[in-house]
Write a protein that binds this ligand. Structure first.
Ligand SMILES: [Zn+2]
Length: 262
């Protein structure tokens, strides 16, 4: 599909007029890269940016009889083919491959990719709604200092993590959380204690905020892997300079401290 106004066959769905903001948002959702091959959606030439994509309908706008039959019983992301949930930018070659001919495998793959995008979009809204005191940055910065010294926790401490995590979290993530607890729990706990002394109530408030965010996540998913990753991204989103690693350490601290996965 293109965004130009072409003549429309009788009884067929009209091509949507896609405004600039709408198109920009669809491109931003895929990080300005074709979700199928990773090629950039924009090309720089002669000091200008040129589009290297088309907006594809995941479920066809005007499916042929063959496509209707092929996709019968398949999940639809929206009944309206022009709904944003059914649209995704693809580079020209990938759009051509996707449409000619349409395959069930290709359709399912793109549905899955778009579902992940929609999930992220929902999370972005949640992230902005749930506040986290700015003082969390003090803890994150202390982790990243050149002279930071970390005393390891006794090994049996991290074993408690096993009781809280189920099979919806990968063994890799579980091991990483346990390692972070062993290596950094005491350090982070002491920094929160320092914060509590200098600003009474602040560390307790932050712990409550983490708990509240977790409870919200629990209403959206039962998958611990997904929830943990969202907690990390949320912490990171509240402290722009924080590394993923530091945010993971803070999230692991709250697993051990029972705010997460109680
Ligand atoms: Zn592509």
């Amino acid at each position: 599909m293109t965004t130009s106004n072409k003549s429309v066959k009788k009884n067929s769905n009209p091509r949507p007029h896609i405004g600039n903001a709408f198109e920009v948002s669809l491109c931003t959702e895929v990080n300005q890269a074709c979700p199928n091959c990773g090629n950039p959606l924009f090309i720089s030439k002669s000091g200008k940016r040129w589009r290297n994509y088309e907006i594809a309908h995941i479920y066809p706008l005007n499916p042929t009889a063959q496509e209707i039959n092929l996709l019968k019983g398949e999940k639809r992301l929206s009944i309206d083919p022009n709904h944003e949930d059914n649209l995704i930018p693809l580079c020209f070659p990938c759009h051509n491959i996707y449409d000619n001919p349409k395959t069930v495998a290709g359709y399912r793959d793109l549905v899955k990719k778009k579902e992940n995008i929609i999930r992220l979009r929902v999370q972005q809204n949640v992230f902005s709604q749930y506040h986290l005191e700015i003082e969390i940055s003090k803890i994150i910065e202390s982790l990243c200092k050149d002279d930071a010294q970390f005393d390891e926790s006794p090994l049996n401490e991290a074993k408690r993590v096993d009781d809280k995590l189920d099979t919806t979290i990968t063994p890799f993530a579980k091991r990483k959380i346990k390692n972070d607890v062993t290596s950094f729990y005491l350090f982070v706990r002491d920094r929160f204690a320092d914060l509590e002394r200098s600003e009474p109530g602040k560390a307790v408030l932050i712990a409550h905020q983490v708990k509240t965010f977790y409870l919200k996540q629990k209403t959206l998913s039962t998958n611990q892997q997904e929830i943990f990753e969202n907690v990390v991204s949320w912490i990171k989103s509240k402290h722009s300079s924080s590394s993923e690693t530091a945010a993971e350490v803070i999230a692991a601290f709250y697993v051990q401290n029972c705010e997460l996965f109680e």
